[in-house]
Structures are given as structure tokens and as C-alpha cells.
Design a protein around this ligand. Structure first.
Ligand SMILES: CC(C)(COP(=O)(O)OP(=O)(O)OC[C@H]1O[C@@H](n2cnc3c(N)ncnc32)[C@H](O)[C@@H]1OP(=O)(O)O)[C@@H](O)C(=O)NCCC(=O)NCCS
Length: 174
């Protein structure tokens, strides 16, 4: 399996990304109901610019969605991973890792101080991936969600991207 090609999403990725979201939906990682067949993938507040996609042999097989934890001006130094999915058939070949690594690297290059995410406690695969890419558990909200008949923890993870004195070397500050 070749290394996946990671690039910024484009509007024409709408169909493959919608398919991936429909195919991969599961209470293992999703807290919202499954998307309807006609629900758009890209939205006004979360368009192609907010996504990196992974391609294998020219086919889009996964994405990572990036945003901010809150809309507050005081919170704009923090990047957040707000979605990650890899098509079932492409799993286990390093696509998820390549997407997370690219997201972290982009945030570092753009001068963000921190990158964070939320992951369900029972999502072992995603938690292992994030831990192995430098994220640490910063908090746990016990039994935050009731999914598929069970209470599930919400795990807050994050990593610093800069040293205590400012942006990491090479970061583009704004
Ligand atoms: C989590 C997910 C993105 C991983 O994608 P992937 O392309 O299969 O992951 P990779 O092949 O890059 O694996 C990277 C690491 O993740 C962990 N991992 C992946 N699948 C795993 C599994 N089934 N069980 C345990 N660990 C797993 C391992 O640590 C792995 O490293 P290794 O190969 O050195 O052991 C994918 O399973 C997925 O789309 N899941 C559904 C959506 C989801 O859970 N998103 C996260 C929301 S917070």
C-alpha cells in the first residue's frame, strides 16, 4: 500500500466524503444521529478549507476536519480536530495516522499554540492513534453521552505545539 497523498479538500470531494461519512457512521465515534442520504457534507461554516483529505490511487479514502473549540476571540490560538474518518476498506494502512500528522503539522506551521480534540472513551482505535501522535488525556467527562444503551465517557485530549516562550521554531505567527 503506497503512502496516502494528503491535500486540502475541494468542493468536488463532496460526494466521496459524504459516502465515507454515511459508510463509517457508528456510535463508536459519533454522538449525532447518522447523516441522511441528502445531507450535505460541506456546510457554510465548515467548507472544503476546513478539511484535509487522504487519497490512495487517486481516490479519496479519508478526511480530517479542523476548526476551533469555541467561536471566542480569546480561544483562537487553539486548533481543534473536529472530525476524522477513514473508509472501511482503507483502514489499517496508515491513512488515519497520515491525516492526524498532517493536521498537527499544519497547525504548528500556522502558529497555533495548542491542538485539541474530543474522543469517546470506548473508541480504542482512535485513542491509540492520537496517543501515538503525541496527544495526551487532559480531562475526562464521565458518562457524558448515552449511546446505543450505554453511558460513554468523553475524553479531552490535546498537545502543545509551542514552547513556553512562544511559537515553535519555523512557525508562522500572525
Ligand atoms: C480511527 C481511524 C481514523 C483509524 O484510521 P486507520 O487509517 O485505520 O489508522 P492507521 O492505519 O493510520 O493506524 C494508526 C494507529 O491507530 C491505532 N489503530 C488503528 N486501528 C486500530 C484498531 N482497530 N485497534 C486498535 N488500534 C488501532 C493503532 O495504534 C495504529 O498504529 P499501528 O498501526 O502502528 O498499530 C479509523 O478506524 C476510523 O475512521 N474510525 C471511525 C471514525 C473515528 O473513530 N474517528 C475518530 C473520531 S474522534
Amino acid at each position: 500500500m503506497p503512502a496516502p497523498h494528503i491535500r486540502r479538500a475541494r468542493s468536488e470531494d463532496e460526494q466521496p466524503l459524504r459516502r465515507i461519512d454515511l459508510e463509517t457512521w457508528s456510535p463508536l465515534h459519533a454522538v449525532s444521529p447518522p447523516p441522511g442520504p441528502d445531507d450535505p457534507f460541506f456546510r457554510d461554516v465548515c467548507g472544503p478549507d476546513a478539511h484535509l483529505v487522504a487519497e490512495l490511487h487517486g481516490t479519496v479514502v479519508g478526511y480530517v476536519r479542523l476548526g476551533f473549540p469555541t467561536p471566542l476571540a480569546s480561544n483562537t490560538h487553539v486548533r481543534q480536530i473536529r472530525g476524522l474518518a477513514v473508509a472501511d476498506a482503507a483502514r489499517g494502512h496508515g491513512v488515519g495516522r497520515a491525516l492526524v500528522r498532517a493536521a498537527v503539522e499544519e497547525a504548528r506551521q500556522e502558529g497555533f499554540r495548542r491542538i485539541t480534540l474530543r474522543v469517546l472513551g470506548h473508541n480504542t482505535a482512535a485513542r491509540k492513534l492520537y496517543e501515538s501522535e503525541g496527544f495526551v488525556v487532559e480531562g475526562v467527562q464521565p458518562e457524558e453521552f448515552h449511546l446505543d444503551g450505554r453511558y460513554v465517557d468523553d475524553v479531552l485530549m490535546g498537545q502543545m505545539l509551542t514552547g513556553p516562550d512562544g511559537p515553535a521554531e519555523g512557525a508562522l505567527t500572525t
